[in-house]
Design a protein around this ligand. Sequence first.
Ligand SMILES: O=P(O)(O)OC[C@H]1O[C@](O)(COP(=O)(O)O)[C@@H](O)[C@@H]1O
Ligand SMILES: [Mg+2]
Ligand SMILES: [Mg+2]
Length: 323
Amino acid sequence: MHTLSSQLRSDGVAPELELLIGELAAASKTISAKVRQGALAGVLGSAGHENVQGETQKKLDVIANDVLKQTLGRLAQVRALASEEEDHPVPCHVEGAYLVAFDPLDGSSNIDINGQIGTIFTVYPARDDVPALSPEQFAQSGRAQVCAGYVLYGPSTQLVLTTGGPVRLYTLAQDGGFVLTQEALRIEPECSEFAVNLANFRHWSAPVQAYIQKLQAGVDGPRGRDFNMRWNGAMVGDVHRVLMRGGIFLYPANTQSKVHNGKLRLLYEAHPMALLVENAGGRASDGQGDILDRVADQLHQRVPVVLGAACEVQLVVETLAQG
Ligand SMILES: O=P(O)(O)OC[C@H]1O[C@](O)(COP(=O)(O)O)[C@@H](O)[C@@H]1O
Ligand SMILES: [Mg+2]
Ligand SMILES: [Mg+2]
């Protein structure tokens, strides 16, 4: 039975990165403990202010952000942090070899209903070609990620992680350690389940509407088979389902001005999930090209997301290209 650290070592992960991942895991355990206590730990409800993206912060958004910032900020290996809940990058140690970006609490609207929530994170190498603590540090292709993952605070707390190779799944044991419970998650190329917020239907482009209508037509439509639909309201839960049993997840561009580039953030939501999905044999696209090829030229930049079963994602890309 492999623990997180023994598995990372057998995967040949550099000791400095292993240490960093260990601290990410430690922070997530602290968050997990608070989530489990819910109202008893005073973590439900609104924090009463907005983040830089104009979203009302929940108490747990702020708590999770503080836990990650304090835990990672101490590490000499970390040059800077970027977070959904921070307007600007947080400088840490000028000599640090790594940058860490995270969505401290994904699925905030699920907090108060005891639904699936999680922490999404990614690690990039620090850059020596731009000033050590400048925001340009984070302007990197998704292919530069040295590690990506999430912790899902569901009925059990699970860590899903790739350090470039297979996508490993660890479960938080009662003794407080993460134990490897699945060696390599794989996404089948075909699927019969989709995840999209259908309430946005009228705001999508005509090709996206047409694609979804074909899925909804099921066995009577051009696809000739039924598709099931699920929507968590938390990307972390939706992507987890895709990694566990297949499917396709979409958060398309939208004609509403606030989310015309999609809702999800490239740096700390789309990039890490794209690396996990691709390393599990799936595909992750912005509707045209690979999400991993995109460079975040703004810290909180949004991007349309289509990810999951490789053949289904390809079909969406072709449908959009036809216009
Ligand atoms: O409100 P909608 O359209 O269901 O959007 C849900 C999406 O928004 C998000 O909640 C955004 O994440 P945050 O909770 O971190 O802001 C995604 O997790 C999810 O896929
Ligand atoms: Mg999020
Ligand atoms: Mg969030």
